[in-house]
Design a binder for this molecule. Structure first.
Ligand code: XMP
Length: 505
């Protein structure tokens, strides 16, 4: 077990970032509900961080934590609300005063905790309350113009607190402060990908014994990393199943097959189900129906393929830490049923293995690299499970799939050539169901309008259209209208999300 620093989640938007920063500094860290702290194995907990949050400690129902933590001889760091809670619980006073928002200069005094930091630097504040009177044993070691207690420390215990947010990029020396706290905890810095692989090898071997594991491989980052990890650990006791539903991008099946059979020598089962999917989708125009049909057909095909493997008793899935946090807390309205193809029903009578469920996305990428996956997979752009089906408006035909695949490949080629590829979150082409009149080689044409969609985004929740220079757009448009029969007009989608979504369906 890794030495751990727990982050007690009091609800701030940036709490996940605290755990990420601690991990980047080499110590395993996770967010937990404050109520769950007593369920943790305290022998590995080397430090506790009380996070920020939107409440006031005096509010009715303000979140709190058992006062027992102050008797455990475990170093504690309070951040923003966490600082106020700590002071409130230990007998200080917190009041609605001296509020500060945004970048704020602070001045620091002398303390071993702040050694090597400059005397003045900027931090990012976001608080309405502040600590007016410190609990006994504490002293202030930094202040701002309006707030006396910006960084505080206890004189005998390893308790520290910050009124600002060290985890956000706008704060200077944020990582240094978190690093100082880690030093105080004496936690071993064992959080590296080679260690993660070693630990998972022991866990998964103990669990699987001489059993057999399968997984649905989509070629996306998460399922590819799961497959590479399980292949590394289990070799012949692992079989990935790749369903080609015919709605992938050009060359994708070949790339997946090449990587996993040639490079990794896996017993990959590829199911060519193009015709079945096309048949089931025939004449279907509604986006939601398309998603549902694809989801159900995928399960059917997957279950069929499982029979070929024979005696599987475990199913591996690429669930990430953020998936767990989000599904546990988010109550967002349903805009689209993001039926993830590969999201398999629970009644398969297989034990679920989710080896990535403690990892953030960037750690999954680091793991993929450590396992030898190529950059084309590790840095692959997000691709929806229903694939091209939701990029063809209206009914789906083989010819329309070809138009989207060919145009998408050209779009990709030109963005890579002009070095725009890596700065764009996601890009693709959409075949609108509209036809327009054009002229080609002196002849009238009546063909489809194609839309280019390219967005910048941090997490896919909001997005803006990418500002691709006109000459690049011009080249893409010329190539598509020349090289892809059936398309005589190209438009660029300049809608942000909201009000649009990234996909068109
Ligand atoms: P939207 O269109 O909702 O997309 O702005 C946000 C992100 O989700 C992807 N997306 C899907 N992924 N199944 C998936 O696995 C789906 O049905 C689906 N619909 C959208 C989209 O590509 C983008 O990355």
């Amino acid at each position: 077990m890794n030495d751990t620093i727990l982050v007690l989640d009091f609800g701030s938007q940036t709490n996940q970032l605290i755990a990420r920063r601690i991990r980047e500094l080499g110590v395993y860290s996770k967010l937990i509900h404050p109520k769950d702290i007593e369920k943790e194995d305290l022998t590995v907990v080397k430090g506790i961080i009380l996070s920020g949050g939107p409440h006031s400690v005096y509010q009715k129902d303000a979140p709190t934590v058992t006062k027992a933590i102050y008797s455990w001889d475990i170093p504690i760091l309070g951040i923003c609300y966490g600082m106020q809670l700590m002071c409130h619980q230990l007998g200080g006073t917190v009041e609605a005063s001296h509020k500060e928002f945004g970048i704020t200069p602070i001045e620091v005094g002398s303390s071993p905790f702040l050694k090597t930091l400059p005397k003045r630097f900027n931090v990012w504040m976001s608080h309405e309350d502040s600590v007016l009177r410190l609990p006994e044993g504490f002293r202030s070691i930094a202040h701002s113009k309006t707030t006396e207690n910006v960084i505080i420390e206890h004189q005998n215990q390893r308790w520290f607190a910050l009124q600002y947010h060290p985890e956000v990029v706008h704060t200077d020396y944020g990582n240094e402060i978190l690093n100082r706290f880690i030093e105080q905890t004496e936690a071993k810095r064992t959080w590296t990908m080679p260690n993660f692989i070693q630990e998972k090898t022991i866990d998964i071997r103990n669990l699987v014994k001489d059993g057999h594991v399968i997984c649905a491989l989509s070629g996306g980052v998460d399922s590819s990393v799961v497959a590479a990890l399980l292949n590394h650990i289990l070799k012949d006791q692992f079989t990935p199943i790749f369903v080609d539903h015919g709605l992938l991008r050009k060359g994708e099946r070949e790339q997946v097959e090449h990587t996993f059979t040639q490079q990794f020598q896996m017993n990959l089962i590829t199911v060519d189900a193009k015709e079945l999917f096309l048949r089931k989708l025939k004449g279907i125009r509604s986006p939601e129906k398309k998603r549902k049909i694809i989801g159900h057909t995928f399960i059917e095909v997957f279950e069929d393929a499982m029979q070929k493997v024979g005696q599987a008793n475990f199913l591996a899935q690429g669930t990430l830490y953020t998936d767990l946090i989000e599904s546990g807390t988010k109550t967002a309205a349903k805009i689209k049923s993001h039926h993830n193809v590969g999201g398999l029903p629970k009644n398969l009578k297989l034990t679920l293995i989710e080896p990535l469920d403690t990892l953030f996305k960037d750690e999954v990428r680091a793991l993929g690299k450590a396992l030898g996956l190529p950059d084309s997979i590790v840095y692959r752009k997000p691709f929806p499970g229903p694939g091209i089906a939701i990029r063809i408006l209206g009914d789906i035909t083989e010819d329309k799939i070809r138009m989207v695949q060919e145009s998408d490949a050209i779009f990709k080629e030109e963005l890579i050539k002009s070095e725009l590829d890596s700065s764009i979150w996601q890009y693709f082409t959409v075949l609108t169901n509209a036809k327009t009149v054009g002229v080609m080689g002196d002849k009238r044409t009546y063909d489809y309008v194609l839309a280019l969609r390219a967005v910048t985004s941090l997490d896919g929740m909001t997005a803006d259209f990418a500002q691709i220079p006109y000459p690049v757009l011009q080249k893409i448009s010329t190539r598509i209208t020349n090289e892809v029969p059936g398309i005589n007009r190209v438009c660029y989608d300049i809608t942000s999300k909201p009000p649009g979504t990234i996909e068109w369906e």
